[in-house]
Write a protein that binds this ligand. Structure first.
Ligand SMILES: C[S@@+](CC[C@H](N)C(=O)[O-])C[C@H]1O[C@@H](n2cnc3c(N)ncnc32)[C@H](O)[C@@H]1O
Ligand code: SF4
Length: 386
């Protein structure tokens, strides 16, 4: 909130008046949601933040990742020219997330991409698996004042971490994090703000308090705990339960975080009766310019037949794509009939299922009542990946 106001003041001071005015309007609508639960289907401002998928390549095979179950498009990196053209379509954006279904640091022009964003006064928020974070990269991230960097650490021990993040070495990733923290200290800078992100599962939740402790020890400012996003029975089994035992672990993590001054962002154990707000305030743009409501929605071809007793219900990326910014004006895409219907359905869906228990089957049952052929289940429900 305060960062948002600071950004608006800065935009006004530096003459970016239309961006400031767009942010003010978006801020008003955020408050309308907060105090009155109001979310319009047609949105009278443009998104203030977007995420762009800059590469479809990855050097790991994490057990829970969508990539293992998705025919990810052919391995490739976004062209710099395409990246600039996408940005040209979003003159009011203040933050870009370099997040998608790949490892951003694998992009050969990752630093170039960050320079482009900074030259446009756009804040950067990225997520990495940390394996490629060496001294040179750390120095560049500090020098460029990258705003937020999430490093995915799904355990506080080698055993747990390496059994989930297949291909990565726990010790190596933590050493890499230390390099970045050290570069920040040497340069006396506060950016990037570093977060450990953990996808909470039955297998690793017990290590959350130790991960908070580890963050403190190595000088990482925050820990963000996300729920796993389900898309198969196999993944669903990994979901956290809502037991006392799990709640106790979370409470322990909270205690350690307040003792050590590490910020801790926790998702509630019970599903939240509110939608993910990304379809109202953000958008995801693929490396090809396709506009989607979120990075992970529609990237799956789930084995839904399994849950539907043999009836195949594919989830097609095209069904979750509202248009392409390389071919048409984003203003027309943002409030096109399908995007509006999507928002309406999302609100309705949230109201309907707020009393449901966890489990993919319940959501699938609801899904069958909704028109359209795209999955709208777990990412929204558990607010993962956004
Ligand atoms: C898809 S990755 C892309 C960025 C980078 N490769 C990384 O690992 O941070 C973005 C985030 O999604 C998380 N993630 C992967 N599979 C997930 C799932 N099934 N549910 C929720 N989050 C997941 C990752 O752990 C990571 O924090
Ligand atoms: S979570 Fe990140 S590092 Fe792991 S497989 Fe997915 S994209 Fe790659």
């Amino acid at each position: 909130m305060i960062a948002g106001i600071k950004q608006i003041m800065q935009d006004i001071g530096e003459g970016r008046l239309s961006r400031a005015s767009n942010s003010l309007r978006a801020g008003m609508y955020r408050r309308a949601w907060k105090y009155f639960g109001f979310l319009p289907s047609s949105v009278p401002y443009q998104p203030t933040s977007i995420a762009i998928g800059i590469t479809t390549r990855c050097n790991l095979e994490c057990a829970m990742c969508w990539r293992q179950f998705t025919p990810v498009s052919a391995p490739r990196d976004i062209e710099l020219e395409t990246f600039e053209r996408i940005l040209d379509s979003f003159p009011f954006v203040t933050t870009v997330g370099l997040i998608g279904l790949g490892e951003p640091l694998l992009h050969p022009n990752f630093l170039e991409i960050m320079k482009i964003l900074k030259s446009r006064e756009i804040a950067i928020d990225s997520s990495t698996n940390g394996t490629l974070l060496d001294e040179k990269m750390a120095q560049a991230l500090v020098a460029l004042k990258v705003d937020q960097l999430a490093i995915s650490v799904d355990g506080a021990t080698s055993n747990t971490f390496e059994s989930i993040r297949t291909g990565a070495k726990f010790g190596q990733v933590i050493e890499n994090v230390k390099i970045l923290v050290n570069e920040k200290k040497k340069a006396k800078k506060t950016k990037p703000h570093i977060t450990f992100t953990i996808v909470g599962m039955k297998q690793n939740v017990v290590e959350l308090p130790d991960l908070v402790e580890l963050a403190h020890q190595v000088g990482v400012e925050a820990v963000c705990f996300q729920h796993i996003s389900s898309y198969s029975r196999e993944i669903d089994k990994r979901h956290l339960d809502q037991s006392e035992e799990t709640a106790t672990i979370l409470k322990k993590a909270i205690k350690i975080s307040s003792k050590n001054g590490v910020e801790l962002a926790l998702r509630p154990l019970k599903p939240m009766p509110q939608p993910c707000l990304m379809p109202w305030f953000g958008s995801y743009i693929t490396q090809d310019g396709d506009v989607r409501a979120c990075p992970y929605l529609g990237c799956l071809t789930c084995p839904m037949e399994e849950w539907y007793e043999g009836i195949p219900i594919p989830i097609n990326p095209e069904d979750a794509t509202f248009g392409n910014v390389l071919k048409e004006d984003f203003v027309n895409i943002w409030n096109c009939e399908r995007y509006r219907r999507f928002r309406t359905e999302l609100k309705r869906f949230m109201n309907e299922d707020k009393h449901k228990e966890w489990g993919v089957e319940n959501y699938c049952e609801l899904r069958s009542k909704t028109p359209g052929n795209y999955c709208r289940i777990c990412q929204w429900r558990f607010m993962t990946g956004c």
